[in-house]
Design a protein around this ligand. Sequence first.
Ligand code: ADP
Ligand code: ZN
Length: 429
Amino acid sequence: MQNDFFTPEEQKTRQLEGFQNTVRHAYKNSSFYRRIFDENNLRPDDIQNLSDIEKIPYTRKNDLREAYPYGMAAVPLEQILRIHASSGTTGKPIVAGYTKTDLEYWAEGVARICEMAGVKPSDIAQISFGYGLFTGGFGLHYGLEKLGATVVPFSSGNTERQLSLMKDFNTNVLVCTPSFAIYMAEVARELGYDPVEFGLKIGLFGGEPCSEAMREDIEKQWGLKATINYGLTEVIGPGVSGECMQTRGMHILEDLYYPEVIDPESSLPLPAGERGELVLTPLFKEGFPIIRYRTGDITRLIPEKCPCGRTTRRMDYITGRSDDMIIIKGVNIFPSQIEEVLSGFREVSPHYRLVLHKQKGFIKDLEVQVELTQEGFSDSFRELEALEGRIRRHLRSTLSLAPRIKLMEPKSLERTTGKAKRIIESEEF
Ligand code: ADP
Ligand code: ZN
C-alpha cells in the first residue's frame, strides 16, 4: 500500500501532522496529558517540527498502571467500543480503550503487515493467538479480515484439535507465538504426521522474541516462510511493525507510529542505528492516546533501505525487554543472550527456562534449565557432564558469569500455547 512507499519527506510531513493532532487532542481531552503539559510549561503550539517532540516527557509503564483502569481515556466512555489489557506479566494489567476510528486504523495497519508478509486474500489463516483481553487474537483477526483472507478464529490451546482442523480446512497461514508453533510441530509429530504435510505457507509470529535458531527450526519443521511482527497493547496491539518477505527486520508503519530509540539509562536519544529502548507514539489514536511511550523493548532502527523497495524504516528484532533484564552480581543479562549460546549446541533444544534463585530479594544464583534433544540425550553421565561443562564455559565467556546448568529430559519442560514463560523465581530462605 502506498503509505509504505512515501518518500522520507512525505513521511515526515505526515508524521508531524499526526503528532500535532495527537498532542492537541491529548492536551484538550486527557487529564493525564493536560497535567504533564502544564507541569512542563508546554502548549500544543510548541510542537512546530518533529524535533520539538523532544520537549515532551516520556510516558512510562508505571504512569499507565497508575491510571488503571480509565485514567488515560481522552473521549467519553460511550465512544469506547472495545477494551483490551496487556497480559499483565509484571503487575497490574494495563488497560487500553479503542474508539471506532482507532479500531479502523488498527485493522488497516494489521492488514498492511499481513500483506507485507505475503498473505493474499485467497489465503486461509488460522489464528492461534488467544482471543480475549490479549490484543493478539482480535488484532490479527480484524486485520486479516480487512485484507480479505479467510479467518479461522481458533484461539489458543487445544493443540490436537487445532491440528486436525488445520488439515481439514486447508489452512495455509498460521498466526501464533513462535513457541506455540514449535509446540504444535512437536504434537503433530507425536500424532504421526510430518508437519510439512499440513501445507502451511506463511507463519505470522509475534508476541514474544523469536531467535534466528527458533525461526529456522519452525521453517524447517513446517516448510513455511516465517515472518515476525511486533506490537504492544499500550500503543495499539499487534501491527506496529512487521516483516516483508525479505525477512530482515520489521518495517514500522511510520505514518501510524512514530519511533524513537533512546538510551534506557540516560533517557537521551541515540544516534541513528544504535541499539536502545524503543519509544513509540501512535499518530492517530483517539480513545487512549499515548505520547512518547517507553516500551521497555530493546532494538535499533535499521538505517539501510530494504531491498523490497518500501521506504518505511525497519526495526531490528527485540533482543530484550527491560522487564526481563536480570541483574546478577552486578552483571546485566538478557535471556536472549543465553538463548543464543544455547542455540549453538545441537544437543539441546529451544526449550529452556531460567530459574532465579533469590535470597532476601536478591538474585543469588542463576540456573539455566534446558532440554536435551533426542540427539543429545544420553545414558552416559560422563557425556552429559561434559556437555554441561561446555555450555557453562560458553555462557561464562559471553556473560562474564557462569550459571548453573541443568540438562532436562526431552519434553520435560512445560509447553505453552501463548507466550513462553522463560523466567521463574525461586525464593530460598
Ligand atoms: P505484556 O506481554 O507486556 O503483558 P502485550 O501482550 O501487549 O503485553 O505484549 C507486548 C510485548 O510483547 C511487547 O512490549 C514486547 O515485549 C513483546 N513482543 C511483541 N512482539 C514481539 C516480537 N516480535 N519480538 C519480541 N517481543 C515481542
Ligand atoms: Zn522490506
